[in-house]
Every structure is written in C-alpha cells, then in structure tokens.
Design a protein around this ligand. Structure first.
Ligand code: PMM
Length: 260
C-alpha cells in the first residue's frame, strides 16, 4: 500500500492549518515527508475542514504553485483542489495527479482538464459541501450509497475522456459522516476495492478518532495507524496521511507479517 503525504498550504486546515502556510516551510515539510517514505505528496491550498469557507482561485494558486514548483522532482505531486484553473496550473508546474474532493462536481471544466492532460484523478465522496456537511448527515446504508455515488462519478469521468486506469476512488472519511458512518466505511473498504478501482483512504488525525478515545488532533497518530492498517488488510491501494514516518513503518511491518 502506498502512502500519500499531506502538505496543506492553508491557514486553517484540519489538523495542520497554519503550520506550513509559508511556501519555504511547506517545501521543507514536503521534502521531509518524501525522505520519510511518502510515495506521493498531496498539496492543497484550500481547507476542506468542516465549516471551512471557500478560497478564490487566485489565492489558491498563490499558495500552491510555488510549493509544487519547489517539490517537483522530489516525489510525484498530487494537487488537492476542486478548481479546474488551479488543477491546470498545478499540472503545468509538475503535478501528475488531481485529488478532487468534489469528484469533478465542483467545476464543469475539471473533467476536461484532467482528460486532456492524462493525469491520475481521485474521485472522493462528500455529502454536500464543507460548510454544512457535518450538519446531521444521514444514510440508509452508508457503504452502498457512497459506493453508488463513486461508481456514478467514475462513469461521468470516463465519459468525459478520463481513462479508467487513471481513476482512484475515495470514500471521503469525515466528509459528511458521523463517527459510526466513518467506522462502517473503513470496515467496508473491501466493497470499494471489489470495484477493481484503486482505493485511497484519508483517515489521518480525523475527528472519528477523537470520538473513539477523546484525543485532540495532534494526538491521533495511533488511531491513524490503526485505520491505515485496517484498510491495508482490506486491500486499499493508498492512504493519505500527515504522519508519514510512523505510518510507513507500520505498513512495512504489517506487510512483512502478511507475506509470511
Ligand atoms: N481529506 C482532507 C482533504 N483532502 N482528499 C482525499 N482524497 N481524501 C481525504 O480524506 C481528504 C482529502 C481533509 O483533511 P486535511 O484537512 O487534514 O488535509
């Protein structure tokens, strides 16, 4: 299982908001994550934390482009954005993957930008939008509904010319889900893997961990590792994490045990 290291160039992200807002610090952080074993670096300039307000494209570009330029060649780069303009500029600067938490629903130009540039694309499930997604989310069967949504978005992406081999799916842990929904999605990872598409999961330091043990964001590495190992056992292809070194170590040991 691969590890995607998170570089949030934002003042207000979920658990590291403000830490790497300065481009030089973000680049230094990205280099450290790559040295710690990250297979990819996911660079984002707009926070998607619950309640977050949107950022305009100009500001998002100012945040992410210098960081992508600084990290191009250090590791493969993913751009975490829902905006086609940002994705296009990020690709020019060196990104080879577009991680779109809106699953191509946020910007009508996004699918064509991804198709024309032949990049990999992550389609993630979110209920509604970040500002309101945690207001009483409800599902009858969360795994089935998230799976149906993702498969519909895969079809939309494929009809827009994005090659199926380049599409990843992600259940969107924390994006319009209660703690029980998140635990069910993690438990149900195998159902997403059974689609044959590579599955990315982003449990890192998220609130469901704190709901299990009362921990604060910076103190959720153990819970993050537990979730990463659980999805590795169920066939996930990649996890998106802040704490790359301990997660890489946990996966290496898990893989050696699994191989015997
Ligand atoms: N989570 C966040 C941001 N982007 N992208 C994908 N594909 N999956 C996720 O789970 C995901 C994401 C929010 O976490 P952060 O603010 O700590 O980066």
């Amino acid at each position: 299982m691969k590890v995607m290291g998170i570089v949030n160039v934002t003042p207000d992200s979920f658990s590291d908001g403000g830490l790497y807002f300065d481009a030089d610090r973000a680049i230094e952080h990205g280099r450290a994550l790559a040295a710690a074993g990250a297979d990819l670096l996911d660079i984002g300039g707009e926070s998607t934390r619950p309640g977050a307000e949107p950022v305009d494209a100009g500001e998002e570009l100012n945040r992410v482009i210098p960081v992508i330029e600084g990290l191009a060649g250090v590791a493969p780069i993913s751009i975490d954005t829902g905006k086609a303009e940002v994705a296009a500029a990020a690709i020019c600067a060196g990104a080879s993957m577009v991680n779109d938490v809106t699953a191509l629903n946020g910007d009508p130009e996004m699918a064509s930008v991804c198709a024309e540039n032949g990049v990999e694309v992550v389609l993630m499930h979110m209920l509604g939008e970040p500002r309101t997604m945690q207001d009483d989310p409800r599902y009858d069967d969360v795994v089935a509904e998230v799976g149906d949504f993702l498969l519909a978005r895969v079809e939309a992406a494929a009809s827009a010319g994005i090659s199926r081999e380049r599409i990843w799916i992600d259940p969107g842990i924390g994006f319009g889900k209660t703690v029980e929904h998140n635990l069910e999605l993690l438990r149900g990872t195998g159902r997403f893997v059974a689609t044959g598409l590579p599955v990315l999961v982003g449990p890192s330091r998220k609130a469901f961990i704190g709901r299990v043990d009362g921990s604060v964001e910076a103190d959720r590495v153990g819970g993050t590792i537990a979730a990463c190992l659980a999805v590795a056992d169920r066939g996930a292809a990649m996890v998106r994490v802040h704490d790359v070194a301990p997660v890489v170590q946990a996966i290496r040991v898990r893989d050696r045990i699994a191989r015997a």
